[in-house]
Each structure stands twice: as C-alpha cells, then as structure tokens.
Design a protein around this ligand. Structure first.
Ligand SMILES: CC(=O)N[C@H]1[C@@H](OP(=O)(O)OP(=O)(O)OC[C@H]2O[C@@H](n3ccc(=O)[nH]c3=O)[C@H](O)[C@@H]2O)O[C@H](CO)[C@@H](O)[C@@H]1O[C@H](C)C(=O)N[C@@H](C)C(=O)N[C@H](CCC(=O)O)C(=O)O
Ligand SMILES: Nc1ncnc2c1ncn2[C@@H]1O[C@H](COP(=O)(O)OP(=O)(O)OP(=O)(O)O)[C@@H](O)[C@H]1O
Ligand SMILES: N[C@H](CCC[C@H](N)C(=O)O)C(=O)O
Ligand SMILES: [Mg+2]
Length: 489
C-alpha cells in the first residue's frame, strides 16, 4: 500500500513532504524495522520512541509517524497521538478485518483467559470456527502465535484478525486488558459482544486509583456502539454481582445482559455444589432450569461458565449444546490444575496472582479440604507493589502453612519483593524461601496424607523472569519432580 493510502483514514495530520513510498509493514520497535516499514514513534512509559527514529530510518523505514519534530531523511507524518494513529492505520491497512469476524472482547481483573477458552470451546463445538487472542497467545485453526502482551499492540492484533478472516475463522474471542484499553490498542476493533468478569485490586502501578482502573475497563463498553442488525449484534454481558457493572451499564448504548449467583440475572446459577472432582449447579434462565455438571472447580468457575454461556446464547447457540461442551472441558492450562504423581496429598497449580483470585482459589480448596492447606506464593516484580502485602495476608489467612517465595522478580531484588509481602503478615507464622523451586520442594516434603498444596501465581507459565533473563521454569514440572523425590521413585 502507498503511504498516502495508509494515512487516508487519519484525517488530522501534517506531512513533512510529498514523497509517497510503498509501505509493506507497520512497526513500533526500531529493532524490527526493515525496508519499506512505516515506523511509529511511541512516547512510552520507559522510553521515548522518537529517540529511535534515526535508527529506524537507517534500517530502511520508508516513513515515520511522530508526535514531535524529527530530523530524518524520510517523510514524517506528524500526529497528536502516535498510538491512536497506529490503531487507525492498522485497522485500515489490514482491510478492517474485525468487521468480518464476530468479535467478542472479555475484560475484568480475573477470569479473562478462562472465559475466552470456554467460549472458544463452545463455539468450535457448535461449528463456529473461533480464533483466540490472550495471555496464552494467538490461536486459530491449528496455528499458535506467541505474544508478549495479553492484548497485543493494534498492528499485531489487526494482522492476526486479517489472517484469521483469510483462514475462514468466523469469530474471534479476545482478552482485553485495562492497559490495552487505556493505550487504545483495541481502537478500531468492531466488537459485537463485550464481557465483564469482575473488578478487584491489580495494576495500581499503572492506574493511579481503582476508579481509573474501573474507567479504563469501561472503555470496552463505551466503544461497543449500538448497531442493531441480526448479523451484527451489539451486547454487553455484565456480572450482576459486581458493583462496577452498574457503572458499565451507563457507559454503553448496546443491549445489556447479566449473569450472577447472588443477584437476579438473565443467567443465574443456583444450588451450587463443589467437590474436588468438579462442580454442579442449576442454570436458571428465562427458558427454564438446566442442570450443569462440569469438571471445572469452584464458584469462580461457575461465574466463568455463566458469562461464557450467556455470551454464546446471545450468539444463538443452544443451551443443550453449551452444557454438553462445558461438561467435557477437562480444565484450563494452569488454572486450578492438579499435579498427579501418585502422592497421598493433592497438589494444585493456579494462576492466582491477585489477592482476590488467591482468596477464591483458597476458598474453593476449603470447600473440600480434609487435611491442612499449604500455600506457596510469591509476587511479580515490576508490577503493582500494593498487592504484595495483601496477597501474603490472604495466603496466611486461609492456609495452615504458608511459604512465601518468588514469582517473576524481573528487574527487582527478590528479597525486596518478599519484604513487601512480609509487611502484610507481621506477627503471623510463615516460611520464607526465596528460591521458588526450593519452596515447592519444601511444601511437598512437609505435606501429610490428605493435605492440599496450592502453588499460586504462575499457572501455565513455563519460565521465570530473573532480571531480564527468562529461564525455564514450570511449577507443574518442579512439583512432579519434588513428588518423585519424596516418594523415592
Ligand atoms: C505498561 C505497558 O503497557 N507497557 C507496554 C508498552 O510500553 P511503553 O509504551 O511504556 O513503551 P516503552 O517500553 O517505554 O518504549 C517506547 C517505544 O520505544 C520503542 N523502542 C524501544 C527500544 C528500542 O531499542 N527501540 C524502540 O523503538 C518501543 O518499541 C516502544 O514503541 O508498550 C510496549 C510495546 O508494545 C509493551 O511491550 C509494554 O508492555 C510491557 C512488557 C508490560 O509489562 N506490559 C504489561 C504491564 C501489560 O500491558 N499487561 C497487560 C495485561 C495485564 C493483565 O491483564 O493482567 C497486557 O495486555 O499484556
Ligand atoms: N471469575 C473469576 N473470579 C475470580 N477469580 C477468578 C475467576 N476466574 C479465574 N479466577 C482466578 O484467577 C486466576 C487467573 O485466571 P485467568 O487466567 O482466567 O484470569 P485473567 O483475567 O486472564 O488473568 P490475566 O490478567 O493474568 O490475563 C485463576 O487461576 C483463578 O485463580
Ligand atoms: N498479566 C499479569 C500476569 C502476572 C503473572 C505473575 N506470574 C507475575 O509475573 O506477576 C501481569 O502482567 O501483571
Ligand atoms: Mg489472561
């Protein structure tokens, strides 16, 4: 595409000269620039992308989009906000692919990955080929593209949508993080259904207050629009048990549907029974009462299933078909995943990296625990510091033995992170073992018959980030080896 064609949808810009080169790719990282790239200078939190304009030009960028004056020998398109321009151009460059997909966005503090996976399973079973974008990568048909962010930058996202649409994918379901909404990574996405899970404390390193965090998530509902046409439904699916939903009702002009357990809702769960093997409940809708039995465990899983079923119901999938799929879902990678090594106690790996998800995981375990509860938990570095003491407190509150350890320390000192955690449990009894592998081994050695060990925070992750190095690390493998050693086999 020619540069002038690329910038056509921008409307408000200034161009430094009238050169009109061919553009073959869009990029925001100078290190990835190749000839014929349109490079966008992003004013970031850590670095100023304008500083890399010269490097981008040297690597062959054909033109640059910038917010500040640049001295380079390629055309520059001056805009007020490069990320906004990136989103608008990406959508146009790839031929507005989200208009060709039934697009579902899921936002909320916890449950996004789980819900997107459940929706994909239900839709695929119902014959609606579904692509997935989220924490575990971009997946469609048999393709898997790894991602750095739960919600990728707009140019990565729109390219993925284009490839999905070209590959006969009918629907895409994606996790939409608050960072992405605030930075406009999903501007230009034509969402049909927006789903809200819940709002609890996280990311207060990025959003100044909980109110800011709430409003960032609200952007998903305000950008839904209100077109009504049977092939182009616009609907908001809200959790009636979370107060933030009241705010989101005011922010959207789309149709509103609700799910819940505590309050009356369009899809409601009653008579919930939780065991270590699964969960059963009655799904109550305007069309009647439907018993659901599933292998997914916990009240939080009931919320996730309700949200997923309601979303697919709006799309026209039958309740019987959905129940059939849900019954057969074995589990979601790293979410309440049990580690089986023939041991006389239970080991569960879960991606609870917020105080709320940790509390939910532990309350779920309490529903069926016959012995002691042992929790191994750490907190990520370069992330919200204020959640650290609360997570430690939550672990100690619900556990008979708590082992505080490291998660992904990133560029922070692991000892310092642990000090932040310990501030929440002064005077309480707990163990502190900085090395995560040692901490897991300790818990496994300590466990007695019928105890339950919860290894929280890293779930599906197969790495640990120390400084800027990513080393191989998988809680499930470490636990399995520890069990092997303990059993002497
Ligand atoms: C806080 C945040 O959202 N950070 C993301 C953001 O960084 P930023 O805008 O501050 O950019 P920066 O690092 O200051 O760099 C500025 C610009 O210089 C460019 N650059 C940099 C170096 C160089 O040599 N050349 C060059 O061109 C960069 O590519 C960038 O365009 O844009 C970067 C480029 O896409 C992302 O990699 C980065 O994600 C980092 C890894 C991150 O930690 N993000 C987390 C907080 C995040 O976004 N998480 C949410 C999920 C959270 C959840 O739901 O739990 C997510 O959606 O992933
Ligand atoms: N509906 C829910 N309510 C509260 N906690 C939940 C819910 N669903 C899952 N969890 C807990 O949160 C953890 C993370 O779940 P999941 O990965 O689905 O969330 P996410 O929103 O995708 O998280 P992330 O922001 O890291 O992408 C799970 O391991 C579980 O402990
Ligand atoms: N999406 C979350 C994941 C946190 C996972 C946890 N293991 C950590 O590294 O803190 C984040 O980027 O904050
Ligand atoms: Mg996720």
């Amino acid at each position: 595409m020619k540069l002038n064609e690329c910038i056509n949808p921008l409307l408000n810009y200034k161009k430094s000269n009238d050169h009109n080169p061919d553009i073959l790719r869009l990029e925001i990282d100078s290190r990835n620039v190749e000839p014929n790239t349109l490079f966008f200078c992003i004013s970031g939190l850590q670095l100023d992308g304008h500083k890399f304009a010269a490097e981008a030009a040297k690597r062959g960028a054909a033109a640059i989009v910038a917010e500040k004056p640049l001295e380079v020998n390629v055309p520059v398109i001056y805009v007020a906000d490069s990320r906004r321009a990136l989103a608008i151009i990406s959508d146009y460059y790839y031929g507005q692919p989200s208009h060709n997909l039934h697009l579902i966005g899921v936002t909320g503090t916890n449950g996004k990955t789980s819900i997107t996976h459940i929706i994909k399973a239900i839709q695929d079973d119902a014959g609606v080929s579904t692509g997935l974008v989220g924490t575990m990568g971009i997946r469609y048909n048999d393709k898997l593209v790894p991602v750095n962010n739960t919600t990728p930058e707009s140019f990565v996202l729109q390219k993925a949508f284009r490839e999905m649409a070209n590959d006969d994918v009918a629907s895409a379901v994606m996790e939409v993080s608050s960072h992405a909404l605030h930075q406009g990574r999903v501007r230009g996405c034509d969402f049909n259904i927006a789903v809200f899970t819940n709002l609890t404390q996280d990311h207060l390193d990025y959003h100044p207050t909980m109110k800011d965090y709430l409003y960032a998530k609200g952007l998903l509902f305000s950008q839904l629009g209100n077109t009504y046409d049977t092939n182009h439904v616009k609907a908001a699916v809200l959790n009636q048990d979370d107060a933030a939903s009241e705010e989101y009702k005011h922010m959207t002009s789309a149709s509103v549907f609700t799910y819940g357990i505590e309050n009356q809702a369009d899809f409601r769960a009653e008579n919930i029974e939780i065991t270590s093997n699964g969960t059963q409940f009655d799904l109550v809708t305007r069309d009647g009462r439907f018993p659901v039995m599933m292998k997914l465990i916990g009240k939080f899983s009931v919320y996730n299933v309700l949200a997923s079923m309601l979303t697919c119901f709006i799309k026209g999938i039958s309740i019987d078909s959905m129940i059939h799929t849900v019954q057969h879902i074995d589990g979601i990678d790293g979410r309440f995943e049990t580690v089986q090594g023939g041991q006389p106690f239970t080991v569960i790996v879960d991606y609870s990296h917020t105080a709320d998800s940790l509390e939910n995981a532990l309350l779920t375990i309490k529903e069926f625990a016959k012995g002691r509860v042992i929790t191994v938990v750490g907190c990520g570095g370069d992330r919200d510091r204020t959640k650290r003491p609360v997570m430690a407190k939550t672990a100690v509150k619900y556990s008979d033995l708590t082992v505080l350890t490291s998660d992904n320390p990133r560029t922070e000192d692991p000892e310092r992170i642990l000090m932040d955690m310990e501030a929440g449990v002064r005077g309480a009894s707990y163990e502190k073992i900085v090395d995560r592998s040692e901490a897991i081994n300790f818990a496994v050695r300590e466990a007695e018959d019928h105890d339950i060990i919860l290894i929280a925070g890293k779930g599906h992750e197969t790495y640990q980030i120390m400084g800027t190095d990513k080393i191989d690390f998988d809680d499930r493998k470490v636990a399995k080896n520890a069990i092997k050693e303990r059993l002497g086999s």
